[in-house]
Ligand binder design. Structure first.
Ligand code: TRP
Length: 461
């Protein structure tokens, strides 16, 4: 079969793909979400389950997504349709792409609001709001901020505009250049923060919390959260990595690039937590603070360390960039589809997708406002959630839509695509190919199914 070409362009090199996919993977998920859900779910044991999910579920699915993308070379919907028909199956597989696009809209709608927090904190840190503040003071500033819906809406809007502007310009010119500098810079800054955490006097307490597992803290819901987060943090299950894979030049090793991306992503999450928990314990704060965790602990540290004004500002700038390179991959699948099937230009397609997401995001803005009806409390699988619509969107997408999408991606790659096609595309030598195939055929789908079934047992509606 003659190899297809993408009409949207191709990465200039394998390295560019690794950077862009790492840019997609590393984001708020690593630095904002991972620490706060680890805090809520009791630390060590949760971290272990998460690492196991990355290895057993995340890595094989990432390889599958990249492989399907490169074989199909189109938006996830068209890729799935073409590949299904090509191997003699129903075109209905395209609906997998549709679910992905929907998940992407829903995720980006709240992602953009949180990225807006990071943007706002660039200025707050830079203007010295946190210099010499107490833990109470920093907490108070945060609570006031999230209750100020006009501010949240403003920063959400700024962030959506930033995202749409880059997506309009095309993945290559906008993205490749940005990620090359920002990723290493973020990494260095995180290392510095870990260095600071070492001197807080609570470094061992922090490491203990993160790495000594207490399995009594594990519930079906926390396993679901850990698995969902493995998908979220690696950008899997909705076609983002599939689309990026569709721009991947032929004959680049999919396995090797996957290891690099997953490795870098995991490292960033662990480093961020190793900085945050010692700071938290040193200041007598509680780990189950929720979505505000890093917006309380880190400004506290920046307010007291030498050079904190500079490093703090730089940190939130880099966090914003990390979120930016992730946000782009969340609407890219929708944009490619609008271009392919609706004959739109990239510009119109990006604007349309951005507007829909922005509107949806307004619901998240109000989820943090105590006076709003959208900020209700509810219980999910025995856990209390306090941020209404935001929590619902987060649970629905990360814990259900992404794993479900990933499940079907694995099933398609392993059971529906013919063996020759996947072998040809993955270009793996003997034991490696068989290991991958064994994982996606049996282990990955079973693991996802077991986690789902466990949760169904405890959910009450
Ligand atoms: N992985 C990103 C993060 O950790 C978020 C993200 C970007 C994402 N693209 C995605 C999540 C696609 C799920 C699917 O912040």
């Amino acid at each position: 079969m003659a190899a297809r070409k993408s009409i949207h362009g191709e990465w200039s090199s394998r390295w560019a793909f690794v950077l862009a996919a790492t840019g997609s993977a590393v984001g708020l998920g690593n630095i904002w979400k991972f620490p706060y859900i680890t805090g809520e779910n009791g630390g060590g044991a949760f971290v272990l389950v998460y690492l196991a999910c990355v290895a057993v579920i995340g890595v094989p699915i990432m390889m599958s997504e990249i492989m399907l993308g490169r074989r199909g070379r189109q938006s996830p919907m068209n890729t799935m349709r073409v590949l299904a028909v090509e191997s003699g199956h129903s075109p209905a597989w395209q609906y997998l792409g549709w679910m992905g696009v929907l998940a992407g809209f829903l995720i980006l709608s709240y992602y953009s609001v949180i990225a807006g927090w990071a943007l706002a904190y660039v200025f707050r840190t830079g203007l010295g709001w946190f210099q010499g503040q107490t833990a109470d003071g920093v907490g108070h500033i945060f609570t006031e901020f999230i209750n100020d819906s006009e501010s949240l809406l403003f920063w959400h809007t700024v962030f959506m505009v930033m995202t749409v502007v880059v997506v309009m310009r095309g993945v290559r010119s906008g993205l490749e250049r940005a990620v090359k500098f920002l990723m290493p810079a973020l990494f260095v800054l995180l290392l510095m923060l870990v260095g600071y955490a070492m001197n807080t006097g609570a470094f061992t307490a922090g490491l203990d919390f993160l790495f000594s597992p207490d399995f009594s803290r594990i519930t079906p819901a926390s396993v679901l959260t850990a698995m969902g987060h493995a998908f979220f943090t690696l950008s899997l299950g909705m076609g983002a990595i599939m689309v990026y894979g569709s721009y991947l030049p032929r004959h680049t090793s999919i396995a090797r690039t996957t290891f690099m991306i997953a490795g870098a992503d995991t490292l960033v999450a662990l480093l961020a937590s190793m900085a945050i928990f010692p700071i938290l314990f040193a200041n007598g704060l509680e780990p189950d603070e929720g979505p505000g965790l890093i917006f309380i602990t880190l400004p506290l540290a920046f307010g007291h360390m030498p050079g904190g004004l500079l490093f703090g500002t730089l940190f939130f700038i880099l966090l914003t960039f990390a979120a930016w390179t992730s946000a782009i991959s969340l609407i890219e699948p929708a944009v490619t589809w609008l271009v392919e099937n609706r004959g739109m230009r990239r510009m119109g397609a990006s604007l349309a997708a951005g507007t829909v997401t922005w509107l949806l995001g307004v619901a998240t803005v109000f989820s943090f406002n105590e006076d709003s009806v959208l900020a209700f409390d509810f219980t999910f699988a025995g856990e209390t959630k306090t941020n209404g619509v935001f929590d619902i969107l987060d649970i629905l997408t990360a814990n259900f839509m992404l794993p479900l999408g990933g499940f079907f991606i694995a099933v398609f790659a392993a059971w529906f695509m013919n063996r020759e096609a996947s072998r040809d595309e993955l270009e793996l030598r003997e034991p490696a190919y068989d290991i991958w195939r064994f994982l996606v055929r049996y282990v990955t789908p079973t693991a996802v199914a077991i986690v789902f079934l466990n949760v169904i047992g405890v959910v009450q509606f």
